[in-house]
Design a protein around this ligand. Structure first.
Ligand code: ATP
Ligand code: MG
Length: 451
């Protein structure tokens, strides 16, 4: 598939998640069939993971650092109480976004108080676009210039502000095109002298690529994830699907009606939910289980160190715990062993799962109310926080009891075509990959022309 003939203009999709940004590119073959692939923007941005760029901006004394560079600088030098700005998605989801974008960053991020949230978001987006451009060029030399639609994926937002929010974010994209199209080395390196910021942001129309109109499109995250796993449609016999995207900070859910024989899907009104329990909370329960183990009796100071060290390797810890069903760790001269069952007994873990369960149930009730003919409803789980195989079973347990419709986990193969390399990575990349590949019916469009 790679390097094959590109016959139509492509689509680039960015997912600026709470913890990590991801990107995917989609090209279409002769029969307009979508071929989305995850882009290795992490490699381009010298991050730890080849697909992931930390959602982070650090404003140093003279330089603004983005992504992995932000993390490095914060760790390398002593900046006192200064913090890096993270969780852009949470800020973009806040009420009255328009006012927030125009306000200056608080001193803990920017002691000189020179930068607005808008400036930081635009530069971050321009950086991500630049990394995506480099990744695409390595695969298909002239494809970036032929991209006509830039997309982003969005979580569930309060209905009343929905359209305004999408419009504001699309405007940030348009400003970011102008910067990214200049192919400026400082932007590409994720290290921009602060004195250059006003000049960068003043970049207006005039860039050759910006002259051609581009479209900005927005795709609902649960729909994007579902498409990534089922690009050719949902299997026969499934009437409705609850899609759960377990990210770092939020879990987004939505119910879709499946139309057969076309096997296309459509959002069911009133079935969108967002809860603030996700991967970070589940990971915290894993670390807590280890640190608070009574056999270790760590001092508060050592607990703090252990949290930090274990957080850096939590992905590996989970893999071992889940694959081998046990985990052995050495603390000083003491060996400790944990079983995956121990995790189910953790209070925090149980309450996180129970909150997810309640949310799934309420979506199921709504689907039942809306689609009286739906006999088979499936639950589908994606997102970087979904790397707990047993989560599916916990969420679904007892769901059959007394219910008129069958509910089961939507079985799927790990799609090798997305370039993700492994199933746990694909879960995390599926929103970006699916966002790039979905058909026009699932995209809210904005005209990206600067005029
Ligand atoms: N080293 C790691 N690299 C990447 N992901 C990790 C790592 N360790 C753990 N994860 C898991 O991935 C989760 C992040 O998932 P994901 O990238 O889907 O979130 P996000 O899209 O940034 O957040 P959200 O969708 O809530 O905005 C973490 O909470 C964690 O469970
Ligand atoms: Mg996400």
């Amino acid at each position: 598939m790679r390097g094959g003939g590109i016959t139509q203009n492509g689509v680039l999709c960015l997912d600026f998640g709470t913890a990590f940004a991801k990107a995917a590119y989609c090209h279409f073959d002769d029969s307009a069939h979508a071929h989305p692939i995850a882009l290795e923007i992490g490699s381009q941005g010298h991050a730890d993971n080849k697909f992931l760029i930390p959602s982070e901006v650090f404003i140093g004394n003279e330089t603004l650092y983005i992504g992995a560079r932000a993390r490095q600088h914060l760790l390398e030098e002593d900046f006192g109480m200064r913090e890096s700005l993270r969780s852009f998605k949470t800020i973009l989801s806040a009420r009255d976004l328009e006012a927030i974008l125009e306000s200056k960053l608080p001193p803990k991020y920017d002691p000189g108080r020179t930068l607005t949230y808008r400036a930081v978001f635009v530069l971050n987006l321009a950086y991500l676009m630049s990394l995506a451009r480099q990744s695409i060029r390595q695969l298909y030399p002239d494809a970036y210039e032929r991209i006509r639609e830039f997309r982003y994926v969005f979580p569930h937002w309060v209905e009343s502000e929905h359209d305004t929010r999408l419009r504001l974010i699309s405007e940030l994209f348009v400003a970011a095109f102008a910067i990214s199209d200049q192919e400026d080395e400082d932007i590409l390196n994720g290290a921009l002298p602060i004195e250059r910021v006003p000049e960068m942001l003043a970049t207006g129309p005039g860039s050759p690529h910006l002259e051609q109109s581009r479209t900005v499109g927005a795709v609902f995250e649960p729909a994007a994830a579902l498409f990534a796993y089922f690009p050719d449609g949902i299997p026969e016999g499934v009437d409705a699907v609850v899609s759960l995207d377990i990210g770092a900070g939020t879990t987004d859910l939505a119910g879709f009606r499946i139309d057969h024989p076309s096997s296309t899907f459509e959002l069911i009104p009133g079935t969108c939910r967002s809860i603030s329990v996700a991967g970070d909370a589940l990971d915290a329960a894993v670390i807590n289980m280890i640190v608070e183990d009574s056999r270790l009796s760590l001092t508060p100071a050592r607990k703090k160190v252990a949290w930090k060290r274990l957080s850096a390797i939590v992905r590996e810890l989970k893999k071992t715990l889940l694959a081998d069903t046990f985990l052995e760790l050495r603390f000083g001269r003491q060996d400790v062993r944990f079983k995956s069952d121990d995790l189910y007994d953790q209070v925090d873990f149980k309450s996180a799962v129970s909150e997810m369960k309640t949310a799934v149930w309420s979506v199921l009730d709504r689907i039942r109310a809306e689609t009286r003919t739906a006999k088979h409803i499936s639950v589908f789980v994606a997102g970087g926080g979904a790397n707990y195989p047993f989560l599916n079973d916990l969420v679904l347990k007892t769901m059959h009891a007394g219910k008129p419709h069958a509910v089961e986990r939507l079985r799927h193969e790990f799609p090798a075509w997305g370039n993700a390399g492994s199933e746990d990575m694909f879960l995390q990349l599926s929103t970006a990959v699916g966002g790039a590949g979905v058909g026009p019916k699932l995209v809210t469009r904005f005209h990206g022309s600067p005029v």
